[in-house]
Write a protein that binds this ligand. Structure first.
Ligand code: NAD
Length: 333
């Protein structure tokens, strides 16, 4: 099977979602080469780097998307026909503690990438498609009773420095399309879970604290709702979007799997310790500042374009995720 693009520059591909995307892409298609430009921040496990190194047609360049001369050189030498930008600071709590690096990487880093495409002397690079991996958090939150799910026309109302930085990048890309003819795809996805996610995030925290017999912290009253997607389903959808030739448009990616944090914790704890009441294993902690209440995605535009239902198999996927963490307790050492 042939992939539509031959040379893909991935940025931030050593992280959680990027590593699943590269793995799926290179294990499915033989006609594609990947260069992964990644700063390998704290968010990257050495084991992710080794796992990717074993893939065919793959090369890692360690460096930052903010480094103008490195980005220029990499684009010039590789001449990618597709750039997929996963590179970001991705943890909302960190953005609340120190927003500046979020502006640097998520906004200025993205602008550096798109500037180097549209202002290139190379005619091919001007045609390169830039795919931004964005989030549903750019739309802010909605309330529990609202029937109005987020869609591609929803106003951006970000609540945290993280989501504001991602919303800014989305705006930059759309305006670079209008003003400088950048070819782009933006996909805004819900919360991902699955193997290899950093332990700072919610589902790994629930699983790892439970396995270490430590209390699981739950923000506020635990009623906040997220729309969860398995990372491998997200990676497959990204590949389908790219391979279908869609461009110069934005699409929401979700699988209609809304769950409150407390229900999620309860279900995971019941799977790990079936005979213990989950209430004994959790501890409510002070709520996150500005905590979004509910994310809820309408994926119908993308389903129509791909002519495919985006579905989930949450019960199996969460069991697989728990098993992965049980078998890889030293992944981050
Ligand atoms: P992650 O933190 O696991 O990975 C981020 C990657 O970016 C890491 O490999 C890191 O080293 C790299 N990076 C950071 N700064 C860089 C820089 N200056 N130059 C080059 N590389 C740099 O994050 P993730 O969960 O895999 O998220 C990937 C992307 O998907 C992000 O853009 C995030 O906003 C978006 N997203 C994530 C989720 C989610 O639930 N995790 C949901 C929707 C969208």
């Amino acid at each position: 099977m042939k992939f539509k693009y031959n040379r893909v520059l991935v940025t931030g591909g050593c992280g959680f979602i990027g590593s699943h995307y590269i793995e799926a892409l290179l294990n499915t298609f033989t006609n594609v080469e990947v260069i992964n430009l990644d700063l390998c921040t704290y968010a990257v496990s050495k084991k992710n780097i080794r796992l990717l190194d074993s893939l065919p047609n793959y090369e890692l360049i360690k460096g930052s998307i903010c480094d103008d001369s490195l980005v220029k050189k990499t684009l010039k030498n590789f001449e990618p026909d597709l750039v997929v930008n996963f590179a970001a600071e991705s943890h909302v709590d960190n953005s609340i503690n120190d927003p500046s690096i979020f502006l640097e990487t998520n906004v200025l880093g993205t602008v550096n990438l798109i500037n180097n495409l549209v202002f290139s002397d190379n005619k091919n690079l001007k045609e390169t498609i830039f795919h931004q991996i964005s989030t549903d958090e750019v739309f802010g939150d909605t309330d529990i009773h609202s029937k109005d799910l987020f869609n591609e026309e929803s106003p951006m109302k970000p609540s945290s420095p993280y989501s504001a930085s991602k919303a800014s990048a989305d705006h930059m890309i759309k305006s670079w399309h209008r003003t400088f003819s950048l070819n782009y795809i933006i996909t805004n996805c819900g919360n991902n879970f699955g193997p290899r996610q950093h332990f700072e995030k919610l589902i790994p925290t629930i699983i790892l604290n439970a396995l270490k017999q430590e209390k699981v912290p739950i923000y506020g009253n635990g009623k906040n709702i997220r729309d969860w997607i398995y990372v491998k389903d997200h990676a497959e959808t990204l590949i389908n979007v790219q391979n279908s030739g869609l461009m110069n448009d934005a699409f929401l990616i979700g699988v209609r799997n809304e769950q409150s944090n407390i229900k999620l914790a309860k279900d995971i704890l019941n799977l790990i310790y079936p005979s213990k009441p989950y209430e004994e294993l959790i501890q409510y902690v002070d709520d996150r500042l500005g905590h979004d209440f509910r994310y809820a995605l309408d994926n119908s535009k993308l389903e129509k374009k791909l002519n495919k239902k985006l579905s989930n198999n949450f019960e199996k996927e969460i069991k697989d995720t728990i098993s992965w963490y049980k078998n890889n307790l030293n992944w981050w050492e």
